[in-house]
Design a protein around this ligand. Structure first.
Ligand code: PMP
Ligand code: GLU
Length: 399
């Protein structure tokens, strides 16, 4: 007998392109292929020594039991300390909820805010997981396009026009994955005014807050006023700032009522994240920040080099991102052309051919709602960046 159909919601979710490319890249490498990776966005640096030691000590000191579902009080206090020190934000530990990575924090925030049928406005290009997580919550993603000509940032008027009676949330991501763009204070103030006037929540994903270059200052959305703070679920974590992607610690800061519901939600799903990782995260947030600053300087140098060289390669171009560690390569000039006997219909075709023929892994931005672009993550060494660009040059010139 045929089995009954599975959940429509689960069946409608697409697998993550970023993680799929990363797995393919790692598999090709394991097979001995000389492939260069610009796929998944994760720092190439190891986790700083003092943070690793905190993890080791946590095991040795037998911190290996359950913690409260919303996280250790000391970790929640440490998150408050960072938010106050870095952005002047006042949160109480009860308003911090720790989850298994910032991805999970976004997920829990969406599950907490959305009813089936609610709309969530997402500015495109957007990180691939947002639309799928919205769908997992039974809500409807409403995509608003920010073009390259507008530095991939939507305007307050565009947001206003996309809001309907069903809109519950606006997903804000600055610095943005995949564009690397950072909203200015003025832009955020205009967006905040719309969110308050139209009475919608904002999930402000600020996971790249420490990776902002050119003396640009990062503005935390919740710092724009009491009404803004009340309706914002701020998402942050340790993955990107402290090279801790595998430790799986993210957190939210929100009003107390929302935090309580998120804590309850977690208590019946994952419970708290790994106790060992929580102990390491306390040290990351409280300890010296020099390693993070050194990684930031390295990323900035790599960005400058990548952008400068990429713009000298015929047929492709990129605007200079101000944060995170991604570059959006415009490859529209190849669409409709034939390369290596294959017609290029999309960024996906280009990226697959580039991996196959050029042995370089990049992420096509089709799943980020930016079909004419391929994302390069420059969280890799300058030598690898040069190798990748040499191969890009050969790939486009040899086609
Ligand atoms: N938000 C954005 C915009 C990201 O790029 C990522 C990276 N995957 C995350 C959240 C999730 O980070 P984490 O690894 O902590 O889940
Ligand atoms: N945020 C990273 C990326 O966009 C990590 C992979 C993922 O979780 O999507 O590549």
């Amino acid at each position: 007998m045929a089995l009954k159909p599975i959940s429509k919601i689960a069946a409608g979710v697409q697998a993550s392109t970023t993680l799929a490319i990363d797995s393919l890249f790692k598999q090709m490498k394991a097979e001995g292929k000389d492939v260069v990776g610009f796929g998944a966005g994760e720092p190439d640096f190891p986790t700083p020594e003092h943070i690793k030691q905190a993890g080791i000590e946590a095991i040795e000191d037998n911190y290996t039991k359950y913690t409260p579902a919303a996280g250790l009080m000391e970790l929640r206090e440490s998150a408050c300390y960072r938010l106050k020190t870095d952005f002047g934000l006042e949160y109480m530990p009860e308003q911090i909820v720790v989850a298994s990575g910032a991805k999970h924090s976004v997920y829990v925030a969406l599950m907490t805010l959305c009813n089936p049928g609610d709309e969530v406005v997402i500015a495109a290009p957007y990180w691939v997981s947002y639309s799928e997580m919205v769908k997992q919550a039974g809500a409807v993603p409403v995509i608003v396009a920010a073009e390259e000509e507008q530095d991939f940032k939507i305007t307050a008027a565009q947001l206003d026009a996309a809001i309907t009676d069903k809109t519950k949330v606006f997903m804000l991501n600055s610095p943005c994955n995949p564009t690397g763009m950072v909203y200015t204070r003025e832009e955020l103030e205009s967006i905040a005014a719309v969110c308050c006037r139209r009475n919608i929540y904002v999930i402000a994903d600020e996971i790249y807050c420490n990776l902002v270059y050119d003396d640009i200052s990062f503005v935390s959305f919740a710092s724009l006023g009491d009404d803004v703070k009340e309706r914002t679920i701020l998402v942050n974590g340790v993955s990107k700032s402290y090279a801790m992607t595998g430790w799986r610690i993210g957190y939210t800061a929100s009003n107390t009522a929302l935090a309580r519901v998120m804590g309850s939600y977690l208590s019946h799903s994952t419970s708290a994240p790994s106790t060992i990782s929580q102990h390491a995260a306390i040290v990351a947030l409280r300890g010296p920040q020099e390693d993070m600053q050194a990684m930031k300087r390295a990323f900035e140098q790599r960005r400058d080099h990548l952008v400068e060289r990429m713009n000298r390669i015929p047929g492709v171009s990129c605007i200079k991102p101000q944060g995170a560690f991604y570059v959006m390569m415009n490859m529209k000039s190849f669409i409709g052309k034939t390369m290596y006997g294959k017609k290029i219909e999309s960024a996906e075709d280009f990226a697959h051919l580039f991996l196959e023929k050029g042995l370089v892994a990049t992420v096509p931005c089709t799943a980020f709602a930016a079909p004419g672009f391929v994302r390069w993550s420059y969280a890799t060494s300058l030598a690898e960046i040069d190798k990748g660009l040499d191969r890009l040059e050969q790939f486009v010139l040899g086609a």
